[in-house]
Design a protein around this ligand. Structure first.
Ligand SMILES: C[S@@+](CC[C@H](N)C(=O)[O-])C[C@H]1O[C@@H](n2cnc3c(N)ncnc32)[C@H](O)[C@@H]1O
Length: 282
């Protein structure tokens, strides 16, 4: 039996669910609406791609059933531009499963040839109208890959879609070390923003202590807030402020995960001090 199923959401959209993690990939408003609000709009993909010179590099962390990646590609298909998409996952099973359910997962429709090529060759080069696409997938344990891959083997990102399972179920993807390595892979002179669905204090402190600027992200359906992080404040509309820092000080779950084991703890004195010295608040 497949470890994945298709679930129908309250608004009648369909989404893939991992039975092993007991988590639905896009649980609130469905794959397309969530990907558009959380990643495409919030990361200002179309405007940034239109203004960009050379290939615009997107890191799609957690390829899954490719809803986020395809939403990004769809949003720029009218532009004379070049996109380099690198998807990361430790398995192609959800995508293979999704391709057997295109009737329900309509966002895949029309993209089957590319997705089949991606699953068999791990890369696809295509043009879609004026858009040039170079899409590859790295099939590895992401925390291990990002800690060990030679610098030149991963192109510097302009945007990152960060979509792992939740920190409680998938803690290895949410450690301070993972975000420190992500920040290290950015180039100070290449503006880059990362969006993710969690708004937890733990995650936001982790991103700040890993070197990012951090803001509250836009709503997606019932989720009234998400998170955006970047290597420049220019890409963040609503940066976290002093009131948020004071709430973090009182939170019972704010200390970053220093190891891949989920637990909840208030801020340590050391983390508090680092937070106060962060350039966003100092
Ligand atoms: C919520 S799903 C991603 C949904 C996907 N973004 C989409 O649009 O359909 C989370 C994905 O993270 C991947 N993942 C979890 N742990 C991982 C790890 N250690 N390394 C790489 N990928 C991982 C899972 O295999 C899964 O496909």
């Amino acid at each position: 039996m497949s470890p994945y199923t298709i679930v129908r959401l309250k608004n009648d959209a369909f989404s893939v669910r991992s039975e092993e993690h007991a988590e639905t990939f896009h649980p609130v408003v469905g794959p397309v609406a969530e990907a558009e609000a959380l990643y495409v709009e919030q990361l200002r993909i179309a405007d940034r791609v239109a203004a960009h010179v050379g290939p615009f590099v997107v890191w799609d962390v957690g390829l899954g059933a490719a809803a986020n990646a395809l939403s990004v590609l769809r949003s720029v298909q009218h532009l004379p531009a070049s996109i380099r998409m690198i998807s990361f996952d430790c398995t192609l099973e959800p995508l293979t499963f999704a391709l057997q359910h295109v009737d329900q997962l309509q966002y895949l429709s029309g993209y089957e040839p590319w997705l089949k090529e991606l699953t068999s060759n791990r890369s696809v080069h295509a043009t879609n109208g004026p858009l040039e696409i170079d899409w590859s997938v790295r099939l590895d344990d992401f925390p291990e890959l990002i800690a060990t891959a030679p610098p030149d083997s991963l192109p510097t990102p302009n945007a990152i879609l960060f979509d792992a399972f939740s920190p409680a179920k998938n803690p290895a993807m949410w450690t301070h070390e993972v975000f420190r390595q992500l920040h290290r892979r950015m180039h100070p002179e290449t503006p880059c923003a990362l969006a993710t669905y969690s708004r937890s204090t733990l995650l936001r402190v982790t991103l700040l202590l890993a070197g990012f600027f951090v803001g509250s992200g836009s709503a997606t359906g019932e989720k009234e807030e998400t998170t955006i992080a970047a290597n420049t404040l220019d890409l963040i509309d609503t940066p976290l402020d002093g009131a948020w820092v004071n709430r973090a000080r009182r939170s019972t779950s704010a200390e970053p995960l220093w190891s891949p084991h989920y637990r909840q703890e208030p801020l340590s004195d050391r983390s508090w001090e680092q937070l106060l010295n962060h350039p966003q608040f100092a």
